[in-house]
Design a protein around this ligand. Structure first.
Ligand SMILES: *[C@@H]1O[C@H](CO)[C@@H](O)[C@H](O)[C@H]1NC(C)=O
Ligand SMILES: *[C@@H]1O[C@H](CO)[C@@H](O)[C@H](O)[C@H]1NC(C)=O
Length: 191
């Protein structure tokens, strides 16, 4: 009796699909590792970065699974850009409320101005980052961090007032810290 060793086309197809699956899961694993390591470094760089926030934000960002470190930095700056644009719109919306506490209103007006200024700063940071001018990009992102801190601090001056932007300010602050940590890796060549 002769056993046939020739692969049937179907078997070949299965083999092919299996290898494809394997290679795509390797790619995914590599991307996960990059995000994991980037966030670990981030937490060491700045204790304000929450590890889970970092990994969740980066993992759910479009195209992050295919990005290298430089790409992750760009993705992070884009996330800041989305946050800042969205929050500016949200503050405008809040200010339309006629029953707003006068103290909160003044603070929100300050925040509106701060966020409005942050939008061109992030835009500038994108340009600098693309042309590898990390020192300049760093300066722009730092100004965004200062802006959200100033916005948040405004609400702390009166007891019993809770900032309606607490989570947003915090998110933007953390994303900025993550992007600074990534840029720091390029500047020090520790990647
Ligand atoms: C800000 O970005 C983070 C991370 O992508 C996201 O989880 C959050 O929903 C964003 N917030 C706003 C207000 O866009
Ligand atoms: C931001 O929020 C996280 C979790 O909600 C918290 O651990 C962290 O201390 C906050 N950071 C700042 C700067 O408020």
């Amino acid at each position: 009796m002769r056993t046939t060793l020739s692969f049937s086309p179907l078997l070949l197809l299965f083999l092919f699909l299996f290898l494809l699956l394997l290679s795509s899961s390797f790619h995914r694993a590599a991307a996960q590792t990059l995000i994991y390591n980037t966030c670990k470094t981030g937490v060491n760089h700045d204790s304000n970065i929450d590890f889970t926030f970092c990994t969740t934000s980066l993992q759910s960002a479009p195209a992050s699974q295919c990005a290298d470190l430089r790409g992750l930095g760009m993705i992070t700056i884009k996330l800041i850009q989305n946050n800042v644009t969205d929050t500016r719109c949200y503050v405008k919306h809040l200010l339309k409320n006629k029953k707003l506490d006068p103290y909160v209103k003044v603070r929100l007006q300050d925040c509106l101005e701060l966020y409005s200024d942050a939008i061109p700063s992030v835009k500038q940071a994108v340009k600098y980052y693309k042309s590898k001018k990390f020192v300049d990009a760093n300066r722009e992102i730092t100004s965004v961090m200062d802006a959200v801190i100033t916005c948040e601090d405004g609400f702390l001056e009166k007891k019993g007032v809770v900032s309606p932007l607490k989570k947003r300010d915090n998110d933007t602050f953390q994303l900025s810290a993550i992007s600074l940590s990534i840029m720091n890796m390029f500047q020090t060549g520790s990647h």
